[in-house]
Design a binder for this molecule. Structure first.
Ligand SMILES: NC(=O)c1ccc[n+]([C@@H]2O[C@H](COP(=O)([O-])OP(=O)(O)OC[C@H]3O[C@@H](n4cnc5c(N)ncnc54)[C@H](OP(=O)(O)O)[C@@H]3O)[C@@H](O)[C@H]2O)c1
Length: 333
């Protein structure tokens, strides 16, 4: 089967609003010796895509490109069949169903991933479902692990209805925790349906003012100061921070992370800042849970590549309920 030389991709030539995104015809990526070419069938959007679109906090531009993104094709989470492999690739062959977290390039008809970035999709898991897992579910797993979540512990997930939160609720249940999810009124039933033992509607209840104490707080919003949040932990509880600092254009959450680290010196409780990383073993773990029916994807909006800029605009509202996914027609070679 011969592959096309050209493809359609969503290009981001500069930082800015979704208006900077445009569809372009470009060359299909060249295959590295350890590279695997995937025909993208579905690509999940993540809040990280939004940060890389806006280039905020500015500090991230030091890694991703100072004046403009070094890698202009947007997207980090993809799933699809393998259509070509480099000569050094051992674990994959043409036709395998795979998914990956990549360093950009997922929002294109074809994407090249390194062999070590890819996980095989088990039977029973669709490309679309698999594309929701890289970044979101792996961050959820890594955040809960950073909190040392174990059987019987009480865990509060602030931001339980979002892309990471919907997976965090389910994974915390898989790990045996007693889970409290925090979300707005319209998402209470959703979070309960994911297995949360308790759901707090933040429009009527402020969890930092309640009597309940938690072994772990996994914070995906960053809307509470650390002191009252710590007051909601058990004496040796762990606060896992993964968000905040939206109002600090240059440094984002860095000042609060430093504050949290300093406070560790004089508290029996612990502040941990999550720095989720692509990890293919974690991806395989959540894929296996999905195949076993223990974790499911929650979909908010779906769209084509031509509609991706609109999906980005929605992502930027911070109101996503589960995941937004870009899907591609299944007609390409
Ligand atoms: N540090 C890391 O390594 C790492 C990794 C992954 C993600 N993150 C960060 O984690 C955060 C969450 O990511 P995500 O992908 O889940 O984002 P998302 O999908 O955009 O989250 C949207 C959700 O946030 C909820 N939300 C908004 N305000 C809230 C509030 N005051 N209280 C409770 N929930 C609230 C909304 O629910 P309602 O509509 O019900 O309010 C919505 O469902 C982002 O800031 C992201 O950058 C960090």
């Amino acid at each position: 089967m011969s592959l096309p030389a050209r493809m359609t991709a969503l290009l981001q030539p500069s930082y800015g609003s979704p208006d900077v995104l445009s569809l372009s015809e470009i060359d299909v990526p060249a295959l590295a010796a350890d590279g695997v070419l995937v025909r993208v069938v579905a690509a999940g959007l993540n809040k990280a895509d939004w940060h890389l679109l806006t280039g905020r906090p500015y500090l991230l531009r030091t890694a991703f490109g100072v004046g403009a993104p070094k890698r202009p094709i947007a997207g980090m989470a993809l799933a699809g069949p393998v259509v070509a492999v480099g000569p050094e690739v051992r674990r994959f062959q043409v036709g395998d169903a795979v998914c990956a977290e990549v360093n950009r390039g997922a929002l294109a008809e074809y994407a090249c991933a390194r062999e070590k970035e890819l996980a095989k999709i088990p039977a029973g898991v669709s490309f679309e479902d698999a594309a929701t897992l890289p970044v979101a579910a792996t961050s959820a797993l890594q955040g809960l692990r950073a909190g040392g979540v174990a059987d019987g512990q009480s865990v509060l997930i602030n931001g339980a209805a979002g892309g990471v939160g919907t997976f965090a609720v389910q994974i915390a249940k898989v790990l045996g925790a007693v889970v409290t999810g925090v979300c707005s009124t319209g998402n209470v039933e959703l979070v309960r349906s994911l297995g949360a033992d308790n759901v707090l509607d933040y429009t009527t209840v402020d969890f930092t003012r309640e009597e309940a104490r938690y072994d772990v707080i996994f914070d995906l919003v960053g809307n509470h100061a650390l002191a009252p949040s710590r007051g909601t932990l058990t004496p040796h509880g762990i606060f896992v921070s993964s968000a905040g600092g939206e109002d600090n254009a240059w440094f984002g959450p860095i000042p609060q992370i430093i504050g949290g680290m300093v406070s560790n010196a004089y508290s029996s409780q612990k502040f941990v800042s999550l720095m989720a990383l692509a990890n293919v073993d974690d991806l395989a773990t959540v894929l296996a849970w999905m195949a076993a029916g223990r974790v499911r994807a929650v979909y908010d909006r779906r769209g084509t590549l031509a509609e991706a800029a609109e999906l980005f605009r929605y992502l930027g509202t911070g109101r996503t309920r589960g995941k937004n996914v870009v899907t591609f027609p299944d007609t390409l070679p």
